[in-house]
Design a protein around this ligand. Structure first.
Ligand code: DX5
Ligand code: ZN
Length: 220
């Protein structure tokens, strides 16, 4: 099993973000997790198209876009066009998630579906055969630096069981409050793609933080 670290851009220093991307890529982080927020779906605003478009020129990291916006179907085409490799929508954000996932798949990029802490796995049963990634939120979406909710791991276990039984292809991602101290627990529950904001970009030595996560992944 291959484990992937996805540092979250939300915790970047945007004055030196190009350098930070270079350091993380060189240290061995394959993904950059991009939290797009609209101030409506979540009570915060982050960054959007112009920022992502600029950054695309400076890194080969996989662009993993986590859309915390209402009616994400309005923007999936443009996000694919500017170079997002994975477009991940919240099931709670749209009336017809299955249709939006199929639209994303038709754009030739990978698709993802996300569930908030209060949303059960049953809310996404009908899209599990169609997605490349399922993201389980382990904090309320909107802000970095919150405390990990361990009870969310039951949903990870359920998703792993369904994946193995049905032979589905999706990666299982977790997002929120992940640290070097709890990452083993999430891997053991079935996660293979780990988002980390404060635990990587919030650190003094971000290259070391990436390497520390990767050396834990090597234990498995
Ligand atoms: C929260 C975002 C996260 C956030 C995680 O809504 O989806 O990706 O950046 O930050 P940490 O790892 O600090 O909890
Ligand atoms: Zn996120």
């Amino acid at each position: 099993m291959e484990y992937k670290l996805a540092p979250s851009l939300l915790s970047a220093d945007f004055g030196i973000v190009k350098e930070q991307l270079e350091i993380m890529e060189k240290a061995g982080a394959p993904y950059i997790h991009l939290d797009v927020m609209d101030g409506v779906f979540v009570p915060n605003i982050s960054f959007g198209m112009p920022v992502l478009k600029s950054l695309r020129k400076y890194t080969n990291m996989v662009f993993d876009a986590h859309l915390m916006i209402v009616e994400p179907e309005r923007y999936v085409e443009e996000l694919a066009k500017i170079g997002c490799d994975i477009i991940n929508i919240h099931v709670e954000a749209t009336k017809n998630p299955k249709e939006v996932i199929s639209k994303i798949n038709s754009l030739g990029v990978k698709s993802g579906i996300t569930i908030k802490p209060a949303t059960p796995v049953s809310a996404i049963y009908d899209v599990l055969s169609d997605v490349d990634m399922v993201l389980v939120m382990s904090v309320e979406p909107g802000f970095g630096g919150q405390k990990f909710m361990p009870e969310q791991l039951d949903k990870v276990r359920e998703l792993k069981k369904i994946k193995d039984e049905k032979g589905y292809k999706y990666d299982i991602q977790i997002d929120g409050g992940i640290t070097l101290d709890n990452v083993r627990e999430v891997i053991e529950a079935g996660v293979n793609c780990v988002v980390a904001g404060s635990s990587v970009l919030g650190k003094e030595d971000i290259g070391k933080a990436v390497k520390d996560f990767n050396s834990i992944f090597e234990e498995y």
